[in-house]
Every structure is written in structure tokens, then in C-alpha cells.
Write a protein that binds this ligand. Structure first.
Ligand code: GDP
Ligand code: K
Ligand code: MG
Length: 297
């Protein structure tokens, strides 16, 4: 057997390019929350891939965008800091959307960083193969990428090649996590993310990203295979609270039901989920809230 390799790989890219999809495909378990809306992944989530060749610890970064609020600034800082410490950066782009201002902003942020950057052209299932070369050309003019890898994260096309190329440049190293561990995130966080995902799924455009979820309590019942979870959904406006509750509470019930199913799958036990909604105006800019939500320590 060859020597074991290991390292940390950051996934970066504009919202919706497929970072979570790629990680979930590689890890084979739903650890990052996917959505067809931008900016679902707010916190850094680690996914761990282990095989006989080595171990890759993925950091699903929240992404680098032009900051528009304090939360936005923190996100950019978190993402950029993470890039200095990793062994490799996977810069995901959406070949269907093409090279946009968001990509240019990220490339600008990459310029001071020494870490090798792989350009990963995702969603190749959405374009004609002939469209790829001119697009690669456009990106190469802006940055000298260490590798260029076209994939479809959704269909799994070429993802094994991507893994090989990652291992090619990872240093020899120890196994950081047991091979059956796919994430080091506290379950509370994942549980909160499940709830937030269902809110976004069921409310579409009415509830923008001004929703946050805090798990207030999570405990196993004595002698029973039941976990009690108490969580609060924060919205910015009263009207949003109304929408979220829905007529006769139908919408909130559905959020709870769908989230519970995911949680039971993740935690392997019965869940009793208790959801509250609170209005907290302008939470995005409130330091205290940010701290409580884990964006600050
Ligand atoms: P993220 O914001 O970068 O984490 O993006 P997501 O992983 O949440 O993906 C955003 C959307 O793009 C979802 O609807 C995915 O199903 C879709 N998507 C991701 N990868 C692919 C792909 O390779 N092909 C296609 N057609 N859709 C994809
Ligand atoms: K997303
Ligand atoms: Mg994501």
C-alpha cells in the first residue's frame, strides 16, 4: 500500500454553483444543506472523505461575496481566513451561468494566496461540450490554476478524477478522523440547518434569507429512544412570521414534519420537535445575535 495522504480542501465559489452538491456526492451523506436558493450554507461545514489512499477533509465555505451587512463581512472573512490554512482550494464555477462578476470577485481574493487552486467547472451536464474550451480560456486569462477539472456534481461525472487529482497533490499525513466520521459539526448545528432548509423550501420567495434558526435545547429522554428538540426560528418582520405559521399553522407544521424526517434519519432515533417563531428586527446586524448563532466566538 502506498503512503497515506491527508489534508484540508476548501470548496469555494459563488452561491449555487454546486459546492454542497459536490460534497454530498463525494461524502455520500447529506451533511451540507442544499437549496436552489443562494447562500444556504452560512457556516463552515466539514465533510470527511476517507479511502485507502488517504483522507480529505472538506471545508464547505460560506463563500466570498461583496459584503452587504456585518454578517456578510464575517462570511467573507471566514472564507478568506480558511483559505490560508488549507492544502488546496477547489474553486467551483457554474459552466451554464458562465464567468460573472461574482467569479471575478473571488479570483481577486485568491490573488494573495499561495495555496494551489483547482478550477472545477461544474454542471457540465447543462452545456454542450464545445462550450467548455472557450470558457476555460476566459478563466485562465484571469488566474493560473493548478488543475482544471470539468465535472457534474449532480450526476457524479468525473468526480472520481477530481478525487484522484486532489490526492495527487495532498501531502503524506495522518488520518485526522475515524473513517466512519463524515462531519465534525455538532449535531445541533445540522439540526438547525435542516429546519432552515425546510423553511426556505416551503416559503420560496416570501421569506428571504432573513431567517435564522437556533436550537435552544436538545436532549434524549431518560430510558427512551426519543430526542426532544426545542428550536426557535427568527424572522426579521412580523409579516414573515405570519407567512411562516401559515393558515391554521399548516406551514409551520409542514416545516416541522419535513425537518423531523431528516433528523430522524440523521440521528437514528425518534424526534419530538418543538418549533417557535420569534420576530427579531434586523438580527443580521446585531452582534449579540450573531454570537448566539455561532457566527462569532
Ligand atoms: P452551493 O450554493 O454552491 O452549495 O450550491 P448547491 O450545491 O446548493 O447547488 C445549487 C443548485 O445547483 C441545486 O439545485 C443543485 O441541484 C444544482 N446543481 C449542483 N450541481 C449540479 C450539476 O452538476 N448539474 C446540475 N444540472 N445541477 C447542479
Ligand atoms: K445553495
Ligand atoms: Mg452550499
Amino acid at each position: 500500500m502506498s503512503n497515506f495522504k491527508s489534508g484540508f480542501v476548501a470548496l469555494i465559489g459563488r452561491p449555487n454553483v454546486g459546492k454542497s452538491t459536490l460534497m454530498n456526492h463525494v461524502i455520500g451523506q447529506k451533511v451540507a444543506i442544499m437549496s436552489d436558493k443562494a447562500q444556504t450554507t452560512r457556516n463552515k461545514i466539514q465533510g470527511v472523505y476517507t479511502d485507502n489512499d488517504g483522507q480529505i477533509v472538506f471545508l464547505d465555505t460560506p463563500g466570498i461575496h461583496r459584503p452587504q451587512s456585518k454578517l456578510g463581512e464575517i462570511l467573507v472573512k471566514t472564507a478568506t481566513d480558511a483559505l490560508e490554512e488549507v492544502d488546496m482550494i477547489l474553486f467551483l464555477v457554474d459552466v451554464e451561468a458562465g464567468l460573472g462578476a461574482g467569479d471575478r470577485f473571488i479570483i481577486e481574493n485568491l490573488k494573495g494566496i499561495e495555496t494551489p487552486v483547482y478550477l472545477v467547472l461544474n454542471k457540465i451536464d447543462r452545456v454542450h461540450p464545445e462550450a467548455l474550451l472557450p470558457l476555460i480560456d476566459q478563466y485562465q486569462k484571469l488566474y493560473s490554476f493548478t488543475e482544471i477539472v470539468p465535472i457534474s456534481a449532480l450526476q457524479g461525472n468525473n468526480t472520481s478524477t477530481l478525487l484522484e487529482l486532489i490526492f495527487k497533490r495532498l501531502p503524506e499525513g495522518p488520518q485526522f478522523y475515524p473513517s466512519d466520521q463524515v462531519t465534525d459539526h455538532p449535531e445541533r448545528f445540522i439540526v438547525a440547518e435542516f429546519i432552515r432548509e425546510k423553511v426556505l423550501e416551503l416559503t420560496r420567495e416570501e421569506i428571504p434569507h432573513s431567517v435564522a434558526v437556533v436550537v435552544d435545547q436538545m436532549s434524549e429522554r431518560e430510558g427512551q429512544d426519543i430526542i426532544d428538540i426545542y428550536a426557535t426560528i427568527f424572522t426579521e418582520r412580523k409579516s414573515q412570521k405570519g407567512i411562516l405559521i401559515g393558515k391554521n399553522g399548516v406551514l409551520l407544521k409542514e416545516v416541522g414534519k419535513r425537518a423531523r424526517i431528516e433528523m430522524e434519519r440523521l440521528l437514528g432515533s425518534k424526534i419530538y420537535l418543538n418549533l417557535w417563531i420569534k420576530v427579531k428586527k434586523d438580527w443580521r446586524n446585531e452582534e449579540m445575535m450573531l454570537r448566539q448563532l455561532g457566527y462569532r466566538d
